[in-house]
Design a binder for this molecule. Sequence first.
Ligand code: NAI
Length: 734
Amino acid sequence: MAANMESNAPELDKVAGEAIKVTQDDNGVLVITLDMPGRSANVLNDQLSEPFAALIRRIEEDESVTGVILTSAKRDFLVGADIDGLYEITEPADALRLADEYKAMLRRLETCGKPVVAALNGSALGGGLEMALACHYRITVDSPKLKIGLPEVKLGVLPGGGGTQRLPRLIGIQAALPLLNEGKELRPDKALEKGIIDELASDVDDLLARARKWVAGQIESKAKPAQPWDKKGFKWPGGDSRSPANGQMWAIAPSMLNQRTHGNYPAPLNIMSAVFEGGLVDFDTACKIESRYFAELVVSREAKNMIGTLWYQLNKINRGESRPDGHERTQVKKLGVLGAGMMGAGIAYVSAKVGIQVVLKDVDQEAAERGKAYSENLEDKAIKRGRSTPQKKRELLDRILPTGDANDLEGCDLVIEAVFEDRELKGKVTEETEAVMDPKGVFGSNTSTLPITGLAKRSSRPDQFIGIHFFSPVEKMPLVEIIVGEQTDDETLARAFDYVQQIKKTPIVVNDSRGFYTSRCFGTYVMEGVALLAEGQHPRAIEQAGLKAGMPVGPLALEDEVSLSLGLHVMEQTRKDMEAEGKEYKPHPADAVIRKMVEELDRPGKKAGKGFYEYPENGKKHLWPGLAEHFPLADKQLSQQEMIDRMMFAQANETARCVEEGVVTEVADANIGSIFGWGFAPFHGGTIQYINSIGGTERFVARARELAAAYGERFQPAKLLEDMAAKGENFPAR
Ligand code: NAI
């Protein structure tokens, strides 16, 4: 046997085509390397699966082949199906065919009669992990960058290549379900612990050496390679679906799922059904069951919404479509953070974590040290969870210089101020800082409410002044809203954009306006919930409607979190500002409730331990019983759907106004901003996609007019939507 199939078995290489490279060693072991041309990653599509299927047929037939090592020449092993293909499918029969074909191919691989080992040089996700699961053994390089998982659920579908059947048979139903239902991506050590991976390697050379050794051992043992589920007398780890050990779990699983999803996400439900039903039958029948549940999801509205926004539009943002062209990519070297409070401390942490030198400045050394301690605390927690090491912690902390002296800001190429929300103070620190920082550097403000153009008036370089608005808690929230002031130049925007990506967050770009984009639209949700209370709707029904609408928290609980006193403050500030601009402030029906709660009833929110909810020290929070007395129930209680419509239309309509006013210019920014920023129902695909999702602009405008007639002018559809509806236009869905 020759060392290379190209010379000795040209027909095999021909079969493999361009996307797959094949070599064969002296012992007859094939090394199949996935390496799709012209792509940075391997994806499952016809270009890969057709030659792969042909290759498997040859492996079955060619007696010179003694074993197979499957690996990839890309950074990742294989990270899933070609989303374009999935997104375009509208007929369940087409989805069914796709899943059946892929499954049939993997089935042949695992029953080919030769030992097959997956040598995972990089991440194996979705269809990639399904391919590895169809191998008889899995070895992976032990790198923290490498991920193993079945994340399909996050795009509203399920693994249709046998993943819902192989994983439970391999590691047990109870261990598999959370991985399938949450789409968790594991690092190699965790995947080993769970039994998904059989062995770890130190690097790619070690990986291939181990793979060869395993295959050689199999050949030598002369055992016929077979999957556990194909062996006689196969026993499910932890029992199949009938087993009493799983009975209790199955009894409560549907209600637990419903508590989490409120019935809005068909994917986890279908996954659970596929696992349960598949656990009652043989493997091949189980695969057919999986395909049917897969097909139903692929054509679902929810999957289209999630793929459109969380795949296509998110990729657009990550590629930098909102970043001005013609400016070189930059990296921040030395960051100044003004204010070491809740936000400043978090900003310092996420920046130091990616290697940026941070000067953390507060009024004095002591206050700055307190801010730095936040990083220490987070790192201690991370070490406990195995996500950091004492050395990494030390290095991270060494990068943060706490100080009370503005002179330490010298040379900073970016400064972000996060001092109190006070215009005068922000002006003062801007002047003080610009005197010492790098004159070519960018000054960013993390203000949550003050318009950027106004703050930039105190800057000597307003073209280098920009809003960089973080969300709390900074280390957890994935979004940063970049606000372009009237005078902000393109280079400053590009640099702020690069910084946000440098700290591994998602930037959206909006223009200056009161509340910018996120706070303004998020506010409409909370305010609508409070308005419902003012009308005498039952508070529990209001909260329930918010959750059923797909929001992460009910509106009253959310208002408590944000704090009613802050709400009152913003309300008054807005009224003052508008009057100063000669504009009329139109009170929202929620205003009176918030004022009464704060001023009359002394219930300013969660921080004070009392708001719409009570926060008993040793118990769970619950709605304040006093609400019944102060906001008595109306005779007419609205249907849940009516309340949901009000909360959702309020947010979508306000977003459309932001588009109309030019505050938001990209649909992707609006949708991603709403999901990442305030948790707007992901299954609707974001605030703009919601309009598509319920039937388009025409339907939206008609319903908004009904709501306006019943509940007030605030529901009057945005002019932009009326114009679009009249012309039969809709927003792009991806
Ligand atoms: P905070 O009250 O926790 O921290 C403010 C810090 O600024 C304090 O440590 C204070 O000592 C310091 N400070 C005051 N004067 C200073 C000076 N001259 N030089 C340096 N530091 C000084 O406030 P928080 O919550 O961190 O908010 C800061 C900013 O971030 C505000 O503008 C706020 O509106 C904004 N923001 C807050 C969010 C939140 O959820 N808390 C979310 C997004 C933005």
